[in-house]
Design a protein around this ligand. Structure first.
Ligand SMILES: *Cc1c(COP(=O)(O)O)cnc(C)c1O
Length: 345
């Protein structure tokens, strides 16, 4: 099996942890593992004095937690919606009855930042919700520009960095981001099932709302003091997480990003050679989105028959290939050849 989705191909050393006996979590040893993981995560996210809440939930669970505990007590949210993940912020705000305004961004395009500033100045929101990388298209937004606008108008910034974490540069402290979220099966490339909510030192001084029992920030933060989660965590994934973080810390963020980027650039050169249009204005290193010229209706299923997974893109003929995980240039050559074969049938 070759995976170009999330997670990607995983090293045997990490996969095998999934076959080991499950540890009991109410022990000092497990607490140490949680505390150690928190330190490493804060380091990788450049959020030295913040905290990380661990949820046994996919990334949407962490998005839900942000809206229930924080956004629900704000007066007005401002949402960047350039694809399905942006609109997920919108539907969460609707669910919790949070007043909000959407700034729609067309498919695969960057934000017009001058227009954005005008819209923020007119809207005067108190919280800004966006993605760093809108994974449904592959577009990366400029968080530096967004951060400048938020600082200028005194807006609290929340970034869904689920698919940009460890694939594109992001410095939570320098950018003044209040809350960031990520999850286990994207940049960390381990089993799905855990999500991570990073809280800046500034936002930790806030009194949060209590609108979600399981996701309650205060309850989770209290338990975290002793390295525990309030409810049974996905222990096996925590073991994989710890092993992954040790590797990532020893490599360093820059090197990890550089290797994801080199794979992305390599695959994009193959797309160019094959005449596959790449519509994204500013692509993330995380994925490459491209249109095949023919047989887009059968491509996904035909690759599946060969035990190869890529992501359909929502738009007809549009596909996405992830560059996270274990992936060589030979793998990418092979993938491009197989796509070409199906296209030419
Ligand atoms: C994967 C992802 C999510 C979370 O989706 P789940 O289905 O809950 O894992 C949220 N935002 C972005 C940008 C993502 O890429």
């Amino acid at each position: 099996m070759r995976s170009y989705v999330f997670p990607g191909n995983i090293e045997d050393s990490i996969l095998q942890i999934g076959g080991k006996p499950f540890p009991y979590m109410r022990t000092e040893q497990f607490s140490e593992l949680v505390k150690d993981s928190e330190k490493m995560l804060l380091d990788l996210m450049h959020c030295p004095s913040g905290r990380v809440i661990f949820y046994t939930a996919s990334g949407t669970g962490a998005m839900d937690a942000v809206v229930a505990n924080y956004v629900s007590q704000c007066k007005k949210a401002f949402i960047i919606a350039g694809g399905s993940f942006g609109y997920r912020w919108k539907s969460l705000c609707e669910y919790y009855h949070c007043p909000n305004e959407v700034f729609a961004v067309p498919f695969a395009q960057d934000i017009d930042y001058a227009q954005l500033e005008e819209a923020v100045a007119a809207s005067r929101p108190d919280v800004f919700l966006c993605q760093h990388h809108e994974t449904s298209t592959g577009q990366l937004y400029n968080i530096e520009r967004i951060s400048e606008i938020c600082k200028k108008y005194g807006v609290s910034l929340v970034v869904d960095a689920i698919s940009s974490f460890l694939s594109d540069e992001l410095d939570m402290e320098v950018l003044g981001i209040d809350i960031c979220i990520t999850s286990s099966q994207k940049g960390l490339n381990i089993a799905p099932g855990l999500s991570f909510l990073f809280l800046s030192p500034k936002i930790l001084e806030t009194t949060f709302a209590h609108r979600s029992y399981y996701f309650d920030f205060a309850e989770n933060l209290k338990n975290l003091e002793r390295g525990q989660t309030p409810y049974s965590p996905a222990t096996t994934i925590f073991l994989q997480l710890h092993a992954r973080l040790k590797i990532d810390i020893s490599l360093g963020v820059q090197q990890i990003i550089a290797s994801v980027r080199s794979r992305a650039l390599y695959f994009r050169s193959l797309c160019k050679q094959n005449g596959w249009e790449m519509p994204v204005e500013v692509p993330s290193n995380c994925i490459t989105g491209f249109f095949v010229r023919k047989n887009g209706d059968i491509l996904f299923k035909e690759l599946l028959k060969q035990d190869i997974y890529i992501m359909p893109g929502g738009t007809p003929g549009y596909f996405r290939v992830s560059h996270l995980g274990v992936q060589t240039t030979e793998d990418l050559d092979d993938l491009a050849n197989r796509i070409k074969d199906i296209e030419n049938r």
